[in-house]
Structure formats: structure tokens, C-alpha cells
Design a protein around this ligand. Structure first.
Ligand SMILES: [Zn+2]
Length: 402
């Protein structure tokens, strides 16, 4: 008995490295050339955000690919003002877990970028506009699905949006809805050449303060006016210390607007806009109530001050369930003898933030290791990593889905 207890203790202290599933690893390795061909096809469809023709062509291409894998494919219209459709593919299996996989079809490159930097292979690197962000992520989804069987999940939903690079204003709420009730959301943004999981991404918000005063002749009867510009200065004075410094909540006033600026009129309307970066939805609520408290009483009698905090993209912070997902993924990598870093927070925002609003575990950065996103001719992905990235996604889906 003692000896058994000792062995158990040792096992707990040093979780044993399991042998990788050789058949799955071989199958993943056999996908490399097909995945490279998929990357070339995806890169050759230019999909800058707002490019109606390119986004429609990409949705057609992806829809056909998912249908060929046995999925039911649907197009969902994003909110008005967004170009392109959200492609939603659904597969049903005989497992127990329900998963959502997300990626985006748009890129930061406008039409013409492809002519300047066509798809090309250089050793183990594949180059092209948007090849890492996020065409590599889409290719991982397509080719990982090819490795799975019906027993590996109960339902698998894939959502590919057309507006991630412009803040997902038309698709974010739909991603949140699709994430509701899922056992896990897997997000396929690219990772760095040093592969990394993210425990958090940043939330970006706009703070708008509208100050209303009363106009009057600046030379003849200024005392009959209420100077909205002076009140705006008071607003800035009362709120500038809401910027908490590096690595914390950042808040800075960045824009001032006047409706009818004139040197000889006491201004009656000023709008201040500021940039707010937050780490959690709770932080946004706390900021809202703090700034409302500070600006509740205007300094000038008769002035009116109203505050609005607009969430552009919600932050993502891994919950304990999300961190377990990262542990699980790292263990899968360890089985392969591969290492992966974990970063606390990344300065950018991703759709993981919208998925996380559904209160379900989310894991970010399952796309391909890449470099030079948003640069044009220098963006590439590392093809060496393809077998382990496909293995990672397929095995994660299996573990959650079975
Ligand atoms: Zn991206």
C-alpha cells in the first residue's frame, strides 16, 4: 500500500508524458502539401476588409470547402454597415462536446497587395498578404477537420467573419451568440514564430463626453453665456488621473470637437473623446461608474455634461476554465516533445473578446506561427509547424468533444 501511495504521489508531481497518437500525427503530416495548396488558394482571393467582391469569393470558396467536409453551411448577414457575410458551418457527430471554432476571412490589405507580393514558397516559409493573419488560421481549421471523425464531437460550429480587422462591429454580437452554451471556443488567430498562447487580449473603448453650455457674444455679453470649452477643461482636470499607467488601465483624452467654432462666440457645445484600454468587462463597468461620479456635478452653473463609454472590442481574459484549456493544449504539445509559451496579455484585441462575453472557456492563437502581419510583402507562415499545429487542434477537439 505504501509503495502504491508513493507511486501515485510521484505521478501527481510529474504528470507523465503520454505517447502521441502516432496515427493522428502521421495523418497531420500527410496534410502539409494539401494545406499549402489551400494557403495559396486563400491568398489568391484578395479579401481586404470592405472588399465586397473578394469577401464574397472567399465565402464561396470556404463554404464549398466546409460543405465538402460534410458541414451545413449558412451565411449570416452582419449588422448594417459591414461588407461581407459571416460564414457559419455546422457539423454534427456522436460525441458529447459542443465546440465553436472562429477565424476571419478579411485582411488589412487592400486590392493590389497581391500583385506586389504574390504567394511564394521559400524553403519552409510560405509568403503572401494575410497568409498568417488569418488565412493560416482558416487553413488549420479546414485541415484539422479533415483529421476528425463523427465520434470526436457532438456539434462543431465554425464561424468565419468578414470584418475582424476593422473591429468586428458587424459580427461581434453574432460571435457572442454562437459561443453561448459551448464547451469551448477555439480561436485561430496567428501565433508568433515562438508559439504562444494568450491568457488575455486588450479591450478597446471610446469615451465620449458631451458638454452643453450656452452661446453669447464673447465681447459684448460673455457673462450671459455658459462656456462649454471651460467646462471641458474642468472635465479633463477631473478625469486625467483615470490613466493608471503601463500594464494597467490606460485612459487618455485624444480628440476635441466643437460644432460651430468661432472666435467671437462663447462656445455652447464641445465633445471630448478619449481612448480607454481595459483588461476586463468589470473594469469597463468600474470606469463607467467612476467617471459618471466625477462628472455628476458640472463646475459651471447651468452646464450639462453627459458621458458615454462605447465598447469597440471587448477584452478577453482567460477564466480558470480557459486556463485549464491552455494547460490541456500545453500537455498535448508536451506529448509531441514541443514547447509553447504563455503570455498574460497582448496589446491588440481579437474576437476572443466577443466569444468570452458568452462566459465560456476560450483559447486564443491556434493559427499558424507567422511573422510580419500587416506589413505587405514580408508576411509569412512557417510550414514546419503545420503537423504539430494540426495535431494540436485535432487532439484538443477530440479531448473536449468526445
Ligand atoms: Zn487576425
Amino acid at each position: 500500500m505504501r509503495r502504491i501511495a508513493l507511486i501515485v504521489a510521484v505521478l501527481l508531481a510529474n504528470p507523465a508524458r503520454a505517447a502521441p497518437d502516432k496515427a493522428l500525427l502521421d495523418a497531420a503530416g500527410a496534410q502539409v502539401s494539401q494545406l499549402t495548396a489551400t494557403l495559396e488558394q486563400l491568398v489568391n482571393i484578395e479579401t481586404g476588409s470592405g472588399d465586397a467582391e473578394g469577401l464574397a469569393a472567399a465565402a464561396n470558396y470556404l463554404g464549398a470547402r466546409f460543405a465538402a467536409l460534410g458541414a451545413n453551411v449558412e451565411r449570416i448577414k452582419p449588422l448594417p454597415g459591414t461588407v461581407g457575410d459571416i460564414l457559419v458551418a455546422r457539423m454534427a457527430g456522436t460525441g458529447r462536446g459542443n465546440l465553436l471554432l472562429i477565424g476571419h476571412m478579411d485582411t488589412v490589405y487592400q486590392r493590389g497587395a497581391l500583385a506586389r507580393a504574390p504567394f511564394r514558397l521559400e524553403g519552409a516559409r510560405a509568403y503572401g498578404p494575410g497568409i498568417a493573419d488569418d488565412k493560416g488560421g482558416l487553413a488549420v481549421i479546414l485541415h484539422a477537420l479533415a483529421l476528425l471523425g463523427p465520434r470526436d464531437f457532438k456539434t462543431l460550429t465554425i464561424a468565419i467573419n468578414p470584418d475582424e480587422e476593422t473591429g468586428s462591429k458587424g459580427s461581434g454580437a453574432i460571435i457572442t451568440e454562437l459561443a453561448r452554451g459551448k464547451d469551448a471556443v477555439l480561436s485561430f488567430e496567428p501565433t508568433g514564430i515562438a508559439e504562444t498562447f494568450l491568457r488575455g487580449t486588450s479591450g478597446t473603448n471610446t469615451v465620449i463626453v458631451t458638454i452643453t453650455g450656452k452661446s453669447a457674444h464673447a465681447g459684448v455679453s460673455p457673462e450671459q453665456g455658459i462656456n462649454a470649452l471651460v467646462e471641458a477643461a474642468e472635465v479633463i482636470r477631473k478625469t486625467k488621473d483615470l490613466d493608471l499607467g503601463p500594464g494597467k488601465q490606460r485612459f487618455n483624452w485624444t480628440v476635441i470637437n466643437q460644432q460651430r467654432p468661432a472666435r467671437n462666440i462663447i462656445p455652447d457645445s464641445v465633445v471630448l473623446s478619449g481612448d480607454l484600454r481595459t483588461a476586463s468587462v468589470t473594469d469597463i463597468d468600474a470606469f463607467r461608474s467612476e467617471i459618471a461620479k466625477r462628472l455628476a456635478l458640472p463646475t459651471l452653473a447651468g452646464a450639462q455634461v453627459s458621458v458615454e463609454v462605447r465598447v469597440n472590442r471587448p477584452p478577453f481574459t482567460a477564466t480558470s476554465a480557459g486556463n485549464l484549456l491552455i494547460d490541456r493544449a500545453r500537455a498535448i504539445y508536451a506529448d509531441l516533445g514541443a514547447a509553447i509559451e504563455v503570455k498574460d496579455r497582448w496589446g491588440g484585441g481579437t474576437d476572443a473578446g466577443y466569444a468570452a462575453l458568452a462566459g465560456v472557456p476560450v483559447i486564443e492563437a491556434l493559427g499558424l506561427p507567422g511573422y510580419g502581419y500587416h506589413t505587405g510583402d514580408a508576411e509569412y507562415v512557417s510550414l514546419d509547424a503545420v503537423p504539430r499545429r494540426l495535431y494540436l487542434t485535432a487532439e484538443l477537439i477530440r479531448q473536449i468533444g468526445r
